[in-house]
Design a protein around this ligand. Sequence first.
Ligand SMILES: *Cc1c(COP(=O)(O)O)cnc(C)c1O
Length: 396
Amino acid sequence: MGEGASSLFPNYGRYGLTFVKGEGSRLWDDTGKEYLDLMCGLAVTNLGHAPKQVSERLKEQVDTLWHTSNLFHIPNQQRLAELLTDNSCADAVFFCNSGAEANEAAIKLVRRYFQKIVGKPEQYEIITFDQSFHGRTLATLTATGQDKVKDGFAPLPDGFVYAPYNDATALERVIGPKTCAIMLEMVQGEGGVNRAEPAFVKRVAELCEQHGLLLIVDEIQTGIARTGKLFAYEHYGIEPDIFTLAKGLGSGMPIGAMLGKEKLREAFSAGSHGSTFGGNYLSTAAGIATMETILGDKLSERAQELGTYIVSTLQQKLAGNPLVKEVRGLGLLIGIECTQPVADPITALQEKAVLVVSAGPNVIRLAPSLLIAKEDLDSGLDVICSVLSKQSAAAV
Ligand SMILES: *Cc1c(COP(=O)(O)O)cnc(C)c1O
């Protein structure tokens, strides 16, 4: 159903499906049909739908306290921040409600660091990459390296320049006297499941070091064990100065986080940045339960193993399919690049009760739950392969 006759803005192109219940990797629609969810609400429900570990913690919190504002101490925030800093290269955390806000906070922090701590206000430009995605606020859509998200929103804020992804030589040419930071995704989730090459990332880190720039890694989609490490930067042997989280952090409760190294701590002082809801009792309760489950059950390792299995299975089964150009991924963030748009295969999969999502026009993206049962995964992969072989037969 379109939204022409509804009371919502028509800013989403929605499928004609309405889900009424979820459990683990299963969703049920309003006709009672059961689906296998291989997309997790855009890499959000990493522990599956309504996971017990999180729902129990949330129920307890719902009966205790929801919100007090950041005018007061919030012990849950402290606890979640410790879980994050104890398991990453970061020393300080700011909580907000979404990915865009986390990146917005990162952008504000680097600007303020150069103005207040380094004393070089003329250095305010952030380099981001073609095909990147960093959010929908004015600053983060400007940071995003895709024209379609900017259409109709001029004037855009100053201070962003772009470089081609995985091209260190081109990046070097873009670094100038105004550059203060480089902002990077380790896997471009929205942009097509494009992985950063290890040599490129190493060079980015070297260039940051050499030119005194800050490295911001956007882990909003890749973080919280999705790629087979708690944070995707760990695959590359580098440490960002700042990284951002959202999607998987609260298992579906809205929460975002911006994390930074010690030297950046004092760049924010009391009153310099804030959020009314950010890190409230409910969202941080979900974050704590999510992180404890991910760490306690070693789900990074499971994501790594299952991801390797999916990519090799799909590569094998799809070999020779003229519709399929490449299967690639990092952990459980996987892309099947096709030679033509994937809108039809995605609807065909929905009809066969399997939910996946696109990443750009030609890539089918899989982001299954880190807890998905092997049998469910196998049956989902069978459906994908049979739908893609039918589609390729129909295309010739
Ligand atoms: C989803 C996403 C964002 C934006 O997050 P929102 O919560 O939608 O604001 C930013 N960066 C990346 C890499 C994302 O995948």
